[in-house]
Design a protein. Structure first.
Length: 310
């Protein structure tokens, strides 16, 4: 979200009218407190109207995510941490786009993770993609300014134990190299995170968490400076250029277009001579591990890759 100003709520940018229940007859006054079971909640197509009404009292951050989305697993814990630390000044509503297609369509979720906010029932775009914790804090501070400028200054009181969720002593500590990688990711230093995960795998080649984290952060590192339009133009101009096709496939996976990414790389694999296929196969296997071996899209892509190999 860049340079908030009075009236920054983008009325009409996203049409949420079909998701709204009839307005409650007695709206909560500005600056008042509302109650909620948690500051972080899962929201569905059916329960979204209550969230929409809650946004008239307190800004609601919407986290559009999916289980197969690697960058989402990096971003969501950061969003939860920062929202809880703000002590009821914001609420986080998590939307699984695969399970809630109506919300995904309403917010025009072309790529995920996608983060928007609701202020007074109206959407405020925030950012797309995984970002470091400091940037999340800055964006949320700007969001609170926008909300105040639009008269939404309430807070949410949380029931019981949820208030102490951010101080749960039972949470296990990360292994040192994993903690180093996570700190580097929060700082936006993906090269240092890659190095930490690679050292963790050097110590234990069977460390599944390190292998998954390495695949995710490599993807973040590769796409952080890419321009989608330029990458697509380069790939269209050079259909057998592996580097150009890799760039678009990475952007597609980061944006949630997994089938498109796999199809692109499988088509490239089929078109290349046998001695040039190795890097394409390696990139496919890396993306398979990132999305998850049990994912139906991975299963289909693996089957096609096997047919091309044999």
């Amino acid at each position: 979200m860049s340079e908030p100003h009075p009236g920054a709520v983008l009325r009409g940018a996203v049409d949420l009218s079909s998701l709204r229940n009839r307005p409650a007859p007695d709206e909560t006054a500005d600056g008042a407190a509302a109650s909620a079971p948690s500051l972080v909640m899962d929201v569905t197509d059916e329960t979204f109207p209550q969230v929409l009404e809650l946004s008239r009292t307190v800004p609601v951050v919407i986290d559009l995510w999916a289980q197969w989305c690697g960058p989402c697993t990096q971003l969501s814990p950061i969003l939860e941490k920062v929202v809880v630390e703000l002590g009821g000044r914001l609420v986080l509503a998590k939307v699984d786009v695969d399970a809630n297609p109506q919300l995904s369509q309403a917010f025009r979720a072309q790529s995920i993770p996608m983060v928007v906010a609701l202020v007074g029932g109206q959407p405020v775009p925030l950012f797309t993609g995984a970002v470091p914790e400091q940037q999340v804090r800055e964006v949320f501070a700007q969001l609170l300014q926008v909300a105040a400028q639009n008269g939404v200054t309430g807070t949410v009181a949380v029931d019981g134990a949820e208030q102490a969720a951010d101080a749960d002593p039972a949470e296990p500590e990360l292994p040192p190299l994993h903690a180093e990688a996570f700190d580097a990711i929060e700082a936006g230093d993906y090269a240092r995170a890659i190095d930490a995960y690679e050292r963790a795998l050097g110590e234990n080649p069977h460390d599944a968490d390190a292998r998954a984290g390495l695949a995710q952060v490599r993807l973040l590192h590769r796409v952080q400076n890419l321009d989608l339009q330029q990458a697509r133009a380069a790939a269209a101009a050079a259909p057998l250029d592996s580097s150009a096709q890799f760039a678009v496939a990475d952007l597609d996976v980061a944006g949630g277009h997994v089938d498109d990414a796999f199809a692109r790389l499988l088509d490239l694999f089929a078109a290349l001579p046998g001695d040039e296929r190795g890097p394409v196969r390696e990139r496919l296997l890396e993306l398979f591990s990132l999305v998850g071996d049990a994912d139906p899209r991975v299963v289909r892509a693996r089957a096609r890759l096997a047919s091309l190999l044999f």
